[in-house]
Design a protein around this ligand. Structure first.
Ligand SMILES: [Fe+2]
Length: 499
């Protein structure tokens, strides 16, 4: 009987990519920086480092507990049971909220925005772990998994591409510059996903196991979506995942099908499944959703924002700006005194805690378009200031209690949940017709990339070669660009017709 071997270990020590960054963050950025501008290619240093790091992370995850059944034949029941349990827990949550319980996750709007920033490295490579399977598009055993990847990419539609959607969500809320807030553990999940993307040939069962864990519907997704909507933040990215991860036909089901199809017929399926289980455990590493949510402290975040502005702000305040008998420029030149500066703003009436922010002179300085400090704070930072002002002062809230802002912006109309794949098989079209249709555009400077893609695809001798060309632009670093989306549309149509 053939044996499934464990992933080969690199004999060389792990190279350091960027000593000023943490390991996961270095690998994350290196895998998104493709070699010499060649789509889909990473350099050898990044390849070696990520492979070695991935093998280390598998060892680190080996001690984690897992609820995966020992026998893959039990996965269908496990899937249904998991969904039933999450559904029941969510109903309990809703009943609690209807009975007047406070939000479980987000104490205020800036807390929710802080969460969106904290999970951004993971969400901006959503789906990446399956990229390495695209080269197997002709093998029906991998069709379910490739289908998940194509749906993560919205099949090339910018309105459905998960990374495009998350970027828009960050931009819409002033959260696009998140890097300073984050620690290495925030990059672990993203770096794992990118490492799996580029090492599928050596870690195929682990990719399949990671996918199985990632695509299950978690309770935190339902609660996050509910509370984001409540706080006036568009929950579409999250509600979309509630629908695509469903157990009946969604990614959760496809993930199980993908595993069962890939189980070896000749080699040892138990050894393969052991590696699947190891990949499943990778989901437990790094900062997860609830870790990021629990890591929020309103005042600490506000002080961090002020410290960030202080270096420039200290030099820009004139010498008649005094708070509590001290020049503002003096307050700002000593980052350690910022909590005392906030207290001085409060005791001198510049900020009236626990009241409408409009009653605070400090808020008026930053808020309206003609305000002297207009534009200094972005939308996320303004939300932090708003929430800190609205929150009860410490002595009134009581020691040890979490201070919760009392007023929030009204929630928007609930977003319609998305649906991803169309059920009707497409009519077979010629390669030329598919390429022309999906890469249409003018051959001017704005559309030059798409025109170049069209030329390359039309020069391809057959569908297989055209799919190989398109695939390079569907890497985690590229698929969300205009040309990456066009390549995804071509690949998706050709894949649909072949299935
Ligand atoms: Fe996704």
């Amino acid at each position: 009987m053939l044996q499934v071997v464990s992933p080969r270990r690199e004999p060389a020590p792990t190279p350091e990519l960027n000593p000023r960054r943490g390991r996961a963050e270095s690998i994350y950025h290196a895998l998104l920086r493709e070699h010499g501008g060649t789509p889909g290619q990473i350099d050898e240093l990044a390849r070696a480092a990520s492979r070695s790091w991935l093998a280390d992370r598998l060892e680190a995850a080996a001690d984690l507990e897992s609820d995966l059944p020992d026998d893959p034949r039990a996965l269908a029941d496990w899937l249904e049971e998991g969904n039933r349990r999450v559904g029941a827990q969510y109903r309990e949550y809703l009943a609690e909220r209807q009975a007047g319980a406070p939000r479980r996750y987000f104490s205020c709007r800036s807390h929710a925005l802080h969460f969106l920033r904290g999970v951004a490295p993971t969400k901006l490579v959503d789906g990446a772990w399956l990229y390495g399977l695209l080269g197997r598009a002709e093998d029906p055993d991998y069709a379910a998994l490739i289908r998940i990847y194509l749906e993560e990419l919205g099949e090339g539609s910018p309105d459905k591409n998960h990374v495009v959607l998350y970027r828009k969500l960050l931009d819409a809320n002033g959260c696009e510059h998140f890097a300073d807030q984050l620690r290495d553990e925030h990059y672990v999940q993203g770096a794992l996903q990118l490492s799996l993307a580029h090492h599928a040939a050596d870690f195929l069962p682990e990719v399949i196991g990671f996918n199985l864990g990632y695509e299950q519907l978690p309770l935190h997704l339902l609660i996050s979506a509910y509370e984001l909507s409540e706080l006036g933040i568009d929950p579409y990215y999250f509600t979309l995942h509630v629908t695509v991860d469903n157990a009946a036909t969604g990614h959760a089901r496809k993930a199980v099908d993908g595993l069962l199809n890939a189980l070896p017929r000749l080699a040892d399926p138990r050894a393969f499944y052991r590696r699947v289980a190891a990949g499943y455990k990778l989901n437990g590493l790094g900062a997860g959703t609830t870790d990021v949510i629990e890591g929020f402290d309103l005042e600490r975040e506000l002080v961090a924002v002020l410290a960030d502005k202080a270096a420039i702000g200290a030099a820009l305040h004139s010498d008649y700006c005094r708070i509590g008998g001290r020049l503002v420029s003096d307050w700002l030149s000593e980052p350690g005194s910022l909590p005392a500066f906030l207290a001085a703003l409060e005791s001198n009436g510049w900020i009236r805690r626990g009241q409408d922010p409009q009653n605070s002179r400090f808020w008026q300085l930053i808020q309206s378009e003609r305000a002297p400090m207009f534009g200094v704070f972005n939308r996320y930072e303004q939300q932090l200031i708003h929430d800190w002002i609205v929150a009860e002062p410490r002595e009134q809230a009581g020691a040890g209690e979490r201070r919760t802002p009392r007023r929030f912006r009204p929630p928007p109309a609930a977003a319609a949940p998305g649906s991803v794949s169309a059920g009707v098989p497409p009519r077979a079209r010629s390669l030329v017709e598919v390429v022309r249709r999906e890469t249409a555009g003018d051959a001017d400077d704005f559309d030059g990339e798409r025109a170049a893609l069209r030329e390359r695809l039309l020069a391809a001798p057959d569908r297989r070669a055209a799919m190989a060309t398109a695939r390079e632009l569907m890497s985690p670093a590229n698929h969300h660009s205009a040309v990456g989306l066009a390549a995804t549309r071509v690949f998706s149509r050709l894949f649909d017709e072949a299935c």
